[in-house]
Design a protein. Sequence first.
Length: 370
Amino acid sequence: MNVRLLLTVAALLVLVTGCATFPDEGARDWRPQAEGEGELGGPPQIAPTEPPPPTEPVPGPQQQQQAPPPAGPCEDPDPQVVAACLGPVGAIAVLPPGDQALVAERRTGRVLQVRRGADPVEIATVPVDPATGINGLVLSPGYAEDRLVYVLAGTPDGGQVLRIAPGEPPKPVLTGLPNSAGGGLAVDDAHLVVATGAGDGPLAGAVLRIDTLGRPAPGNPDPASPVLARGLTAPGGVCIDPATDTTWVTDRAPTRDVLYRVGEGTLGAPAWTWPERPGVAGCTVLPGTLVVAQSGAEALYLLTPGRDGAFTGDPKPVLEEIYGAVGEVTRAPDGLLWLGTVNRDGTAPGRTDDRVVRIQPPTGGGESAI
C-alpha cells in the first residue's frame, strides 16, 4: 500500500513539471536590494572619526609668522653664514681687512660686530622708530684713525644721520630728514652720500652730499644746500663706483622699481627699470659690474654698465631663492660680498633668520658661491 502511494506521487510530480511555462512578458514584482542588507551588505562603512583641527589662518601684513630660533647656540649649517638669528638687517659696514663687519638691525637699532665662529658683540644702540629704523651704516672716510661710524636712521625725533664714536652714545650730525621708509648711505671720497625717501621738508626725496660734520659738501649745485639731486620716492640703497666716480641709487617708484645714475641737480631718466616691481634694495659695485639686491625677487641682479652709463644686455639673476629676501649687499676690502637678509619682514622666516652671509663674488677668483 505504501509502495503504491509513493509511485502515484512521483508520477504526479513528473506531469506538473512537464506542463510548467515561464513567459517572457508580463508584470514582475522586482525590488532593488537595500544597501547594507542581505548577503552582499552594500558598500563598506567607515567608522566616524574626530573632526580635523581648524586650519590656521594665512598670516597677513599685520599677522606675521615668526619662526622660533633654534634651541641653544644659533648655528647655521651653511659655512658662508657669518651671523644668524638676527632681526632684519638694515645695513652692513665691513671692517678691514674683511673678515668681520658691523651690522645694524633695522628695527631694534642695535649695531653689532660680527665674525664667523664668534657671538655677535653689541657696540652701540641707536634709538629708532621701528617703522623706519636703520637704513644705512658706513665707516668714516678716516676710519683707520678716528674709528667713527655713521648711521642713517628714523628716530623718534625724525630722520637723522648720526655719528657713533667708541664708548659714546650716537650723536646727530644731520637732522631734518623725513622719517619715511627707505633710504641709503654711502661714502664718496671724503664725504657722505645720503638717499632720503619722500615726505615733508626740503631734504625729502633727495640725494644729499655732506661732509662728516653734516655741512653741504663742496661741489653741490647750491653751495649752501646738501641736496645733490631730487626725485626719489622710497630708495633702497645708494652705492659709489670709485673707478668712474659714479653714484647709483635704487628706488621704488609708485609704478615701477628703478635704478638711477645720479647727476648734479636732477636724477634724470632711469638707467634701468623693473615694471614687475621686484623690490629693489641695496647695491654695490664690482669691477665692471653693478650688483642690485632685490628682496621681493629673492635674488641679486648683475648689471654691466657701458662707458656712457647705459647697460649692455639684461640683468643676470644670481643666488635666486637661496637665502630668501636679500635687503643689503656690500663689497668688502678683500673683494668678497656681504649680504644681509630681511626675511623677518615677511611671513615665513627660516629658523636661523635673519642672516649675514659672506660669499665669493661672480667675478672674483677661486670657487664662487654664485
